[in-house]
Design a binder for this molecule. Sequence first.
Ligand code: NAD
Ligand code: IPM
Ligand code: MN
Length: 357
Amino acid sequence: MRRIAVIPGDGVGPEVVDLGLRVLEAAAAVAGETGFHYETVTFPWGSDFYLENGAMMPPDALDQLAAFDAIYFGAVGSRDVPDDVTLWGLRLRIVQGFDQAISLRPAKLLPGIRGPLAGRRPDDIDVIVVRENTEGEYSGVGGFAHGGTPGEIAMQTTVYTRACISRTARYAFELARTRDARRVTSVTKSNASLHASVLWDRVVAEVGEDYPDVALESLLVDAAAARLILDPGSIDVVVASNLHGDVLSDVTGALAGSLGMAPSANLHLDGRFPSMFEPVHGSALDIVGQGIANPVGAILSAAMMLEELGAPTAAARITGAVAQTCARGICTPDVGGSATSGEVTDAIVAALDVVET
Ligand code: NAD
Ligand code: IPM
Ligand code: MN
């Protein structure tokens, strides 16, 4: 019996998590013969919890979560609590506390989805971002001084270690080996960031020597952003620092039609802690409560979770059902459709039974 902790969070988080869980339940039922059994426990942590309790989650939250096999997460971010409080109090605390080393963010343009680039077909857009997830610009090192005076300063320090860059690069090269293109694009800003990016470039090149069958290309992040728009077919696996990976994965999500399409996995690699699965998008406060949030990112995140939990057939059933539903034009307004979140989910659930795995 697998145990999944569910943290719906804020904004559209609870809406899409609820729909993702419906698909998960249906996929597990179809997959019954393959023996995927699970239970969920939902935690009410987020901005409302903060307003009531003064903290985004209880002090022993990580101890509670450590007992689970995986975490299924919605989003956090609210108008009533500052973003640095919400994100550092919940999502980033889990990611860093559980050493979720890699944020894996695939983006594919599915048949039936209207992408933003003229003349690009699904085959042209199939990218996966391997985002370093615990260090870099997100290490939390820095501080304020001389608060409120004209000389007030803020320092934000990027921290990279060889060990961390190395494990991120190795993950990307191994992943590239499983894909047809066998190409890794390493993204940095080594013309300006003359310490962290320079170490990154050096370590990635060293790791790359162990993978002579994978082509390695190094791009500056500004050029990489442009290449993703102008020639997305030339990019396969992107490996990037925490901040660069964050920005580029919104670009790749948009290339797949909408941020609402993009799933992600925050992967712990050493088996000591659970990994966490969540859509790439945030709390989308501008559309909350309207029933139009695209549930696909959350649903595909549930498929990534099944894959990690050792249920690849059920995972493939979900990705197949999503593809079939998009191909039939059943999608939310952000990708040009007129279906509600619930209607898209109903169609995906119905397709689970008929899709081939
Ligand atoms: P956002 O991802 O919430 O929204 C950006 C745009 O994409 C909005 O126009 C939104 O309507 C649209 N969008 C997002 N998800 C969608 C979906 N499922 N279906 C249709 N459209 C969708 O980013 P933002 O507006 O920059 O951030 C809002 C809040 O979320 C902020 O507080 C931010 O810090 C937080 N945030 C949290 C996470 C997370 O918890 N993982 C991720 C990103 C942003
Ligand atoms: C994401 C988000 C988060 C990140 C923020 C909300 C801290 O943008 O998951 O992409 O940058 O990690
Ligand atoms: Mn982001």
